[in-house]
Structures are given as C-alpha cells and as structure tokens.
Design a protein around this ligand. Structure first.
Ligand code: ZN
Length: 468
C-alpha cells in the first residue's frame, strides 16, 4: 500500500479520531485486560492503524505493526488510560481510591478499582511516579458560581520584544519615589525549583530580593506563578503606593491569570494575591518583558531564583502542587517501558526487533521521506519486504534465489549488502554518505536501518525500479 497521506499526518489523525473512539471510557471496562481473546479484536484494529500509517504489507504481525508505527498495544493502552483517568479525576479533586462506603464491590472477582490499585503499585515500583505523587497533582478549579474575586481580572501588558528595553528604561527613569517595581522570575533545575522576586522603590538601583525553594515535579509556569505570589506577599507589609508595576517574563503564567473557569490552583492563589495587592495601590500594572534581553533588574531576579533552587539556606515551601502534564508524561514513560519489556520478552526471533529494540512513537525519521519511500523502508525494517525469500515464505511459486545473481537466498541482507546487481548504486550512495558525514558513517547494515534510513529509502527505490 504505497498511496495515501504522509505517515506523520495519518498518525495524528488516528490519534485524534480512531484511538479516542476505540478506547472510549476504557477506564470503566479496564477489567477486559484479563481476557486475551477480548483484547485481540482491539489489537486487530491497532494493527490496521499501523499498516495504514506506514504502508506495511498485510502479512505483518500485530506487534511489529504497532511497534514501528508507535501505537501502544491495547492492553498497555487501557492500563495507561485507567491511571491517567485517575490522575484527571484528582485534578477535579475527586480521589477514586479514597476510602468511601459508596464504593461497594460490585464485582467480586476484579473491579476497575482493583486494577487501578495494582497499576499504581507497579507504577511506584518502576520509579516513574507513585500514588502519593498523583495525589499532589494541581487541582483545576471550576466554580458553580464565580467567587467575588474572579470578577477582577489583572490587566497584563505585553511589551513588544524589540522595543522592550527602551520602553522599560524610559518608564524606570520617569518613575516617582511613590512607585514600586517588582521583578519576578523562577528557576527549574530538574526537581529543584527556585522562585524569586526583587522589589525596587522608585528609580533606585538597590533592590530587595526575596526567594523560596521547593522540590518536586513542577513546570516553569508553576515556578513563575509562585514567584509572582511571593512578590505580592512581600510587598503588602511595605504599605500603600500610588503605583505598583510587576514585571515577569512568563507569558503562560500571566495569561493563565485571566482564566476563571478551569484555572489552576496556583493561578487562582496568585490571582488572589494580586487582587489583595491591587487594594494597596491605585494603579497596579503587570508587564510581560522578554527574558534575558539585558534588563539588569530582571536578571537579578533570575540569578536569585537560580541560587535559591540549589541553596539549603533559603526558606522551603512544602505545599506546591505537582504539574499534571509532567505526571502524565511519567505515566506514559512507565507504559512505554513496559511495552519495551513485553517486546523483548518474545522467545522467538523477530526481524524488526534487530533494528527496533525499544518502543518509540517518534515518526520523525519519515519527515524527510515521501509516502512511498517511508512505506518501502517500513516494509524493509519489519522483514515483510517482497524479496524472493519472503515470497517463498508466503507460498508464492518461487525458489527464493536471487533474480539477478542466482545466489541461493535473496533476502534483505543479500539485497542491501551483497547482490552485485546493485554494486554501482551502492558505491554511489556510499560515497554520498561518506562525504556528508565526513567519513563517520559507511554503507553498513546498522547505519542504514537506524540513522541512515534516507539512504536506505533511495536504495530501495532503485531496487523497486529494477524489479518492476
Ligand atoms: Zn543477487
């Protein structure tokens, strides 16, 4: 099957349209993972998805099609759906595993709750995440009726990137002594996070820095929001000012402050702090400036945050919720790892396993190839590629020998490395590889099936032209 849309487009379409329909409400029927026969029908659809995405031949197995096209097998996908559903419910402040009399055991053998419990234990053992980490996920807030403070929305000014420095300098020079400037920034170094705010009175160049540190699975937006909240809280005891200008370099944090329904927990807390601050001044302005463009006051906040992230003497903040996106990625990584283990647990050899030892849903290798080239390479990698030995294996009336040099076995290795019919093309492509990689790579099996797939595609097109 060499026609159709490009693999990357088809992959997205299947992810957006087929998988949500196929696994609709999978968390409710997740106990199906006990029955191999019931999973088989789902796996058949996933195999077809893999075949359509990459243009594979119809003889390819389910596991090879899914592994190469980047679709998790049905069993792991359902398990992942269940844990992600648990996490999503936690963001709505609903703990599905909380002790509750209303959760009576309807199924005496196994309920989705039991499956979830086991999955979370495995997740904890793997080290990717744990139930306690999931329980610390940041809540999304939905209001039945808007609380009073949500009627107030901070007004954010986005300074033009090119004119930011001159605009900012002019504003700083004209500043009266009754104006307060707050510069905030956050720093993320793995699990270590630092949030800082530097407060300047009027046009003075001496700032008052304050910082906090915390540890965990946090996003840059969260760190920035903590920094803004910190700046607001430290400004309140300083008294009344005619004007307060808060300067931050995170657009996602500032734009999130304008959301009422579905806003994050930290966003709501920061907005509340800004609202309280607005009562202590007649003019509260919030500016976004690009980071690292030479604004010394903002660079000071950045340095303070970086130092706070790796310092033991800075005050520690305990109750910062974890980022849902990071937790979701870690849950995904857990199931990718389990799929790889499953893939490597087959006792029989597999043509694809030699070139694809671990699961990946990354189809970027097809980006520089046409649909036809990507299909030929994918067929070649799975071993379901129309060489003479493949045709004999699937019952065609051929003896499996090479059409051109009469070698007894015409398989993938023979065509790619040995067959003299393609010596000229092999030599030409080999020179191209050598000159482009400055002698680092050569015409070898390992290179062609991994990093050199675009040269493999060129070679396969030549072979196809010779056979047709
Ligand atoms: Zn040959």
């Amino acid at each position: 099957m060499l026609w159709g849309l490009h693999p990357t487009i088809l992959f997205r379409m299947i992810q957006a349209a087929v998988l949500p329909a196929l696994f609709y409400a999978a968390s409710a029927w997740s106990t199906v993972i006990r029955f191999r026969t019931r999973l088989r029908s789902l796996d058949r659809v996933l195999r077809l998805c893999g075949i359509c995405t990459l243009g594979l031949l119809r003889t390819v197995s389910h596991d090879a099609a899914c592994m190469l096209a980047g679709f998790l097998p049905a069993e792991f996908f359902i398990r992942q759906c269940l844990v992600q559903f648990y996490l999503r419910q936690l963001t709505y402040d609903r703990d599905l595993l909380a002790p509750d009399d209303t959760h009576r055991r309807l199924n005496p053998i196994l309920s989705p709750r039991d499956v979830l419990h086991r999955e979370l234990l495995q997740l904890e053992t793997s080290g990717h995440a744990s139930q306690s980490m999931c329980r610390r996920v940041e809540r999304r807030l939905y209001w039945p009726t808007d609380p009073s403070f949500s009627a107030w929305a901070p007004s954010v000014t986005i300074l033009d990137r090119d004119a930011a420095i001159s605009q900012f300098r002019q504003a700083r020079e004209k500043t009266s002594s009754d104006t307060l400037w707050i510069f905030t920034d956050g720093s993320l170094d793995g699990f270590n996070c630092g949030a800082a705010a530097v407060i300047f009175r009027g046009a003075t160049i001496e700032g008052q820095p304050v910082s906090l540190r915390f540890v965990g699975l946090h996003s840059t937006t969260q760190v920035e929001l903590v920094a803004i909240k910190l700046g607001c809280e430290h400004t309140l005891p300083l008294g009344y000012f005619s004007s307060i200008i808060l300067v931050c370099d995170s657009q996602s944090a500032l734009l999130g402050l304008g959301t009422s329904q579905g806003c994050s927990q930290l966003s709501a807390q920061t907005r509340r702090a800004l609202h309280t601050l607005s009562l202590h001044t007649s003019d509260l302005r919030i500016w976004w400036v690009p980071g690292h463009v030479g604004i010394s006051e903002h660079d000071l906040a950045d340095d303070t945050a970086k130092k706070a992230a790796c310092s033991d003497t800075v005050p520690y903040l305990f109750d910062v919720p974890f980022c849902a996106t990071i937790l979701k990625c870690r849950i995904r990584a857990h199931y990718v790892s389990r799929t790889t283990d499953w893939w490597n647990s087959f006792t029989q050899g597999h043509d694809l396993r030699q070139v694809l030892p671990s699961f990946s849903s990354d189809l970027s290798w097809t980006a520089t190839l046409s649909r036809k080239e990507a299909a030929l390479v994918a067929q070649f990698l799975t071993g379901h590629y129309p060489s003479q030995s493949y045709l004999r294996r699937f019952g065609h009336p051929v003896d499996g020998s090479c059409l051109w040099c009469n070698a007894p076995t015409d398989d993938r290795v023979h065509r790619l490395i040995h067959c003299p019919r393609f010596d000229y093309h092999r030599q030409r492509l080999s020179q191209e590889i050598s000159s482009r990689s400055r002698g680092t790579f050569a015409w070898t099996w390992d290179y062609l099936v991994s990093k050199g797939r675009r040269y493999l595609a060129k070679f396969l097109l030549i072979v196809r032209a010779a056979t047709s």
